[in-house]
Unconditional design. Structure first.
Length: 115
């Protein structure tokens, strides 16, 4: 069972930046595909970025060029650097870990982009 704890959310003005972190425990982190999802009020949860166990990354079209996912296997941590934030990026952001088709989720961290 993977335990995931997100941090780094908050309130930021449009055009600003935030870095989310997700610390994992209880597993061999390097074997897992890690991903960030988000869910805005009244909308479905969507995948924002993924970093596979073989070092491939992929992004939603809405965040390409603005968000960067990275991971530090020595620290069992995955990050999401978010730049040029827009009000439409406002959502609860969730970290998830996947292996063998099974996923685990963190509790989520709120990101609010507003002036």
């Amino acid at each position: 069972q993977v335990q995931l704890v997100e941090s780094g959310g908050g309130l930021v003005q449009p055009g600003g930046s935030l870095r989310l972190s997700c610390a994992a425990s209880g597993v061999t982190f390097s074997l897992y595909t890690m991903a960030w999802y988000r869910q805005a009020p009244g909308k479905q949860r969507e995948r924002v970025a993924v970093f596979t166990s073989n070092d491939n990354t992929n992004y939603a079209d809405s965040v390409k060029g603005r968000f960067t996912i990275s991971r530090d296997n020595a620290k069992n941590t995955v990050y999401l650097q978010m730049n040029s934030l827009k009000p439409e990026d406002t959502a609860v952001y969730y970290c998830s870990a996947w292996r063998g088709g099974l996923g685990s989720w963190g509790q989520g961290t709120q990101v609010t982009v507003s002036s």
